[in-house]
Each structure stands twice: as C-alpha cells, then as structure tokens.
Unconditional design. Structure first.
Length: 719
C-alpha cells in the first residue's frame, strides 16, 4: 500500500492527519508521526473558531459604523459545527495509533502492559470523540464511527494475540539455540565416535578367526545411518527456523519425519543391542533431537503456530491501514461539508479483481501433479487416465454449462519436493481452477498447504492419509476411505476369520507408511495385540532386504504391507523363501500393477479396495466408467486406479454442474459441501461441513490363480 496522503481541512487549513504507511502495514517512523501530530496541534487553535472568528482573519468589506449590527452570541448551528470539527480532528489525530507495529522478539511483557494501558486510553478518547461527533452532526457521522469501530476491534484483536505470538517467537528461538548447542558440542562428536568405534570392532572381527555376526553388521549399519540422519535432522531443524511462509512447514516436516522414523528405529535397536563402547551420550542426545522435531511442542508445531499468528496479525494491520485511508477521506469530506468547502476527490478505487483463475468463457482448467515416472508411475498414469476419460465424456456432451474441461499434468515422480514446486507452478503460473488427482501422502502433505492458503479446491487425492481429513481443510474433497478404515478392516478379518495374533508390518518410510503402520497398531491395540515386527524401506526404492530379515525373524502369521507395488512385490518374493504368511496391502499399493509384478507369486495376496471391481459392469457406475474408458482410449485396460480417477473426474463435474454458469472456487466448494449426498450413477458420496470425505467403502479382494482380482467377504489361508 502506498503512502497515505489524505488531509483534514479545518477552517481553510490543510492538516496532514496521518503518516506514510508502507506495504507491510507498518506505520512510518517516529519523525513522521511527530510531524503529523505537530501539524494537527498547530491547528488546534482554529478547531473551535466560529465562522465569525475565521472571517475576522480576512480582508472583507464592512458596513459603516452607523449601520453595524450589534454582535450576537454564536448560533447553535455554529457552535455545533465547531464541536463537530474538534471531534473530527481528534479522531483523525489519533487514528494512526490503530495501525500498530508488528510483534517482534525484542518486545517484553512490560511493553505489552504499557501498550494495553495506552490502548485503553485511546479507546476512551476515540469513544468520546465519536459521541461528540454523532451529537453534533447525527447520521452524517455514521460512516466515520463505523470505520473507527472496525479499526478499534482489529487493534484489540492484535493486542490480544500478542502474548501468544511473542511466546511462540521466544520458544522457537530458545529451542533452536538449545538444539544447536547440544548438537554441535555433544551430539555430532558422539555420533561420529560411535561410527568409528563400530567400524573398528567390525574390522577387528574381520581380521580374526571369529567373523562378525549378523548383529555386528546390523549394528554398524544402523550406527552409520544414525549419524547421517542426525546430521540431516539437525540441519533441517536449523534451516526451518528461518522459514517465513507457513506453506513451507509441511514440506519440511515431511522430510524430517522420514529421517526421524529411521532415527527412532536405529535408536531403539542400538539401545537394546549396542556394544559396550557405544558413546553413552549418543542415545539420549538422539532422543532429544527426536523430541525437538516430533515431540510435544516440537519446532514444527511452534513454527506453524508462529507463522499462522504472524499472518493473522499482518492481515489485521494491513486491513487497518486500508481502513485508515478510508477514515481520513471521510473525515476530510465531513469537515469540508461542514465548512461549505468543495468536497475532496474520492480516493482511487482499487483495481477490480481479475477473473476467477482457470475459467474462460469456453473452458475450465484443472491441474494434476502426480507420479508419471519411477516405481509409482502406474499410479499417476491410472489416475490421469480415469480423470481424462471422465472429462472427455463430459466434453462430448458439450462440457459443463458450455465450458469444456481441460487437464494439465506435471510429473512429481512421487517426491514431495517436486510436488511442492509443481503445485506452486500450477496455482501461481498456470492459474488452474482446481487441483485434482494428486498421488500419495508425502506429495499431498507438501502440496495441500499451498492449495489451502490459496483457496484452491484439492479434489480426490489418491491417498487415505488422516492429515487430509482435518475438518479445517474445507478446500479438500476426499473421495475415498481412509487408511485407518482399511487397516481396521484388515485386522478385523485377520482376527475374526483366521484367529491370527502375530501380525507384522512392512511400511514405506514416510508419512504414508507411518500413517498405515499407526492404523495397524491402533486396530491391534483395540484387540489387545501389537505388531510382532515392523520395519521400513525407503520411498522410490525396492531396497527391502533389511526389512525382510527383521520381519522373517518374527515368523508372523500375516504381513501387512503399507507401500507401493514394486517394493511390495520384491518383499513378497523374498519372504516366501523363508515364511508363508498371509499377505495384505492397502489400496494405494496399485493393485493391477502389483498383480503384474508378482505374476504367479501373487496368488492369495489380499488387497483392500476403496472402489468396486473395475470389470464388474453390473454396478452402474462401473458400467459408465467402462463405456467412457472405451470411448476415450479403446486400448486402455480397466483398473482400480483409473476407476478412482474416473470417479474423481465425475465428482468435479457434479460440483461444476451444481455451481452453475457463474462459476468460482468458492461456489464450487459450497455446492459440493452443501449438496448433502451426490449420486454418481448409484455411488453415493456424502460431504458436509466438518466432513470432507465422501465415501466410507472398503472392499476386500484377492488375487486369483489367473492373476485377476475377485471380491471376497472373508480371509482364507488357501484362497
């Protein structure tokens, strides 16, 4: 916002009633404030002058003495005008104080107390001036008093939020300093010494007649991994403290959580199996870093809170700066009117907001960031295929309210960093109307905050993560059931159908895998059980051998896999050489790609699904999908993922139809949330305020000997 240059005219004298305000909403320096106040104070003498007094200061023609009239007391109207002018100048003179500076770390509790006292005094002054102005000019004061009331209300909210914001700023800085000192002075030396000690033990064993045991090898590997992960974690926690945009927090937290899960597993193992010469400080210091990044009041939560409070405060300061500009114009207009002077030119109107992004007279542009390369490519390809089939179907019928539907896709390779960058590009550069069909939890975790901050609909992400089911995410429209629902169905079937109690979990080391692992843990805990083993592999790899060793050693009756199709298939092949458990996976695994990867080894593999069998055309919505797919691409094979993509496209279409021709993002979301139940050829999706998940369906399927899936009601050891 440019400098405010409005002036109040009193008795022909121009008064600068405000100081320049910069774009961030901070008021100008103290000299500007003093100059402003001095200018107004210099004019105070004329605040209460009557019209007669003012006229006496100019050269006017007077009547002869013999015809001069006897002076009279000022009229009631003249006195009222003087009171109105005095009140108006008082309001203009004190209005700047309602545009405070932003909270900063140098503020103290004494500063806040002094500000609160000054605010109370200011409220009293402004209330008195408003009352006097209203008494003098009546309804003509209405616009001014309304603006003052809004500014006072905003200023109070700023003051009330300062203690919490100042505390968040202080705690974040203190924790960062504490962590930095501990890591630099103690943690790094302990970690490097531990790696050195373990390597020496390993080398000594290799040079002796007694070769190192599997435990020795694993201990060395985990110690080396721990040192690397601790270094990464420390760097990330330090860097994250410098972030100023809240949308970056989730991306950083996703990166730290992946490292934290590895740190936690390494620490637990080394605490139980560490050698005698393991540095005694290493384990407690590593746990200290874990607590700093994942514990209660962790750095990410504090940072998110701080930045959210900063944004809220900044918005209020900026709003008051705009209101101040309007207030000064209204004061100037009123004083000019009272004095019979020409009305001031109104302030320049703000440029009209541009047309809603992604919408033209004949098209609506959607954006998709998904995996179109790497081990999860089949998931991105499937979602895109289904969405395009749905859009093609609508476009063949003339589009939606005369607009054809278009889809722009960008490849994120199932990596959060690329998803973050793609989402910024789609929203800011490509100006898409909405995002649709994101693939994966870590990618959605990075992208969703950007969409939420921009008010962009985030439609049908291919993930069941709990983080997207937060009721406050009113821009998110989840189509499918959650991973907690899928894992609950798995554990229910295992315990009720097979009386199984020994369940292991192989999971991907990111927010997707950890969410699924937690779902299994919760479901088992409700039945008085716990996983007999759990181990991870790294995303976008098939490096599952370490996990296979740990899981096979526990000899489980069932192995639940929270991962993608390629590493899942590799793990099954390796595990079948050692044990013969029931294998199960959640829907994200990519069912058709999994069956293809497993080949003959896939028989008897169970997968929970969130959509119907894609070839069961007795289900009306599946029949619609099959017809749309044939029309769009006659060579395309039906699949679970593309069916979900088709339903995502149909959900978007239903929202567009309900909104009507006068389309906006807000209207689209309101239409979906306000529709109650959306019927897509018999598939009912229910959205409501506080509930952003449309379906609760979970189906149990199994791979048959022919490599195809069939739906079943219960588990069998030999399907």
């Amino acid at each position: 916002m440019g400098a405010i240059a409005a002036c109040v005219l009193v008795a022909g004298t121009a008064l600068t009633a405000c100081s320049p305000t910069d774009e961030a909403g901070d008021t100008g320096d103290d000299d500007a404030r003093s100059a402003t106040e001095s200018t107004i104070e210099a004019s105070d003498e004329s605040e209460v002058e009557t019209d007669s007094d003012a006229a006496g200061e100019t050269d006017v023609e007077t009547k002869p003495d013999d015809s001069a009239e006897t002076p009279t007391e000022p009229s009631e109207a003249t006195a009222g005008n003087a009171e109105a002018l005095a009140a108006a100048v008082t309001i203009a003179r004190h209005a700047n104080a309602l545009v405070p500076t932003a909270t900063h770390r140098d503020m103290t509790s004494e500063d806040l107390a002094a500000e609160e006292a000054a605010s109370a005094s200011l409220d009293e002054t402004l209330s008195g001036a408003q009352a006097a102005l209203t008494a003098a000019v009546g309804d003509r004061a209405g616009r001014i008093t309304t603006l003052v009331d809004r500014m006072v209300g905003n200023a109070k909210r700023i003051g009330q939020g300062r203690p919490e914001l100042l505390n968040a700023i202080t705690e974040s800085a203190t924790n960062i300093r504490r962590l930095g000192v501990a890591s630099t002075a103690r943690l790094f030396p302990a970690a490097i010494s531990a790696v050195d000690d373990q390597f020496f033990d390993l080398a000594t064993a290799l040079g002796s007649n007694a070769p190192p045991s599997d435990e020795d090898l694993l201990r060395y590997r985990l110690t080396a991994d721990l040192a690397a992960d601790l270094g990464f974690g420390h760097t990330l926690l330090t860097v994250v403290s410098q972030l100023t945009n809240p949308v970056y927090v989730a991306r950083s937290q996703e990166a730290f959580d992946s490292a934290a899960e590895r740190i936690r597993r390494s620490v637990d193992y080394l605490a139980a199996h560490g050698s005698a010469d393991l540095a005694p400080e290493l384990i407690p210091l590593a746990r200290q870093q874990l607590a700093a990044g994942t514990g209660q009041n962790n750095l990410f939560d504090l940072l998110r809170l701080r930045l959210e409070l900063v944004v809220a405060e900044s918005d209020l300061i900026e709003e008051n700066a705009v209101l101040l500009d309007q207030l000064l114009f209204e004061v100037e207009a009123l004083t000019a009117d009272i004095q019979g002077m020409p009305a001031p030119a109104p302030p320049m109107a703000e440029a009209s907001s541009p047309a809603e992004p992604g919408i033209t007279d004949d098209a609506i542009l959607f954006g998709q960031s998904a995996a179109f390369s790497g081990p999860s490519q089949a998931l991105g390809d499937g979602m895109r295929l289904g969405i395009e089939a749905a859009f093609h179907e609508a476009n063949q019928d003339g589009g939606v309210h005369g607009r054809r539907l278009e889809l722009m896709t960008l490849n994120d390779a199932y990596e959060a960093d690329f998803a973050f960058a793609n989402t910024l590009r789609l929203i800011e550069d490509e100006q898409v109307f909405a995002l649709i069909g994101a693939v994966g939890t870590p990618t959605s975790r990075a992208a969703s905050p950007i969409a939420h901050a921009a008010g962009v609909p985030f439609i049908a992400p291919f993930t069941g993560a709990e983080l997207l089911r937060d009721p406050e995410l009113t821009n998110v429209l989840n189509l499918r059931s959650s991973y907690l629902q899928e894992t609950e169905e798995m554990v229910k079937r295992l315990t009720e159908d097979l009386d199984a109690t020994r369940v292991a979990v192989l999971y991907q080391n990111d927010s997707y895998g950890v969410n699924g692992l937690e779902g299994v843990r919760q479901a088992l805990e409700r039945r008085g059980l716990a996983p007999v083993a759990s181990w991870y592999y790294r995303r976008n790899t098939t490096a599952v051998k370490s996990a296979v060793i740990s899981i096979a050693a526990a000899d489980p009756e069932a192995v639940i896999i929270i991962g993608a199709y390629a590493p899942a298939a590799e793990a099954v092949r390796l595990l079948r050489n050692q044990i013969d458990p029931i294998f199960m996976a959640v829907s994200f695994v990519g069912s058709n790609a999994l069956a293809a990867e497993l080949g003959d080894a896939g028989t008897g593999f169970y997968v929970t699904q969130v959509v119907n069998l894609p070839d069961d055309t007795t289900v009306p919505v599946v029949a619609s999908y099959a017809a749309a797919l044939r029309d769009f691409d006659p060579n395309a094979e039906p699949g679970f993922v593309s069916l979900e993509g088709y339903l995502a496209g149909r959900l978007a279409i239903e929202g567009l139809k309900a909104c009507g021709p006068d389309l906006s993002r807000e209207c689209f979301l309101d239409a979906v949330y306000g529709s109650g139940t959306i019927d897509i050829d018999g598939l009912e999706l229910t959205f409501a305020p506080g509930d952003n998940q449309g379906s609760d369906n979970v189906f149990l399927t199994v791979i048959g000997e022919d490599g195809s899936y069939r739906q079943v009601d219960r588990l069998e050891r030999t399907p």
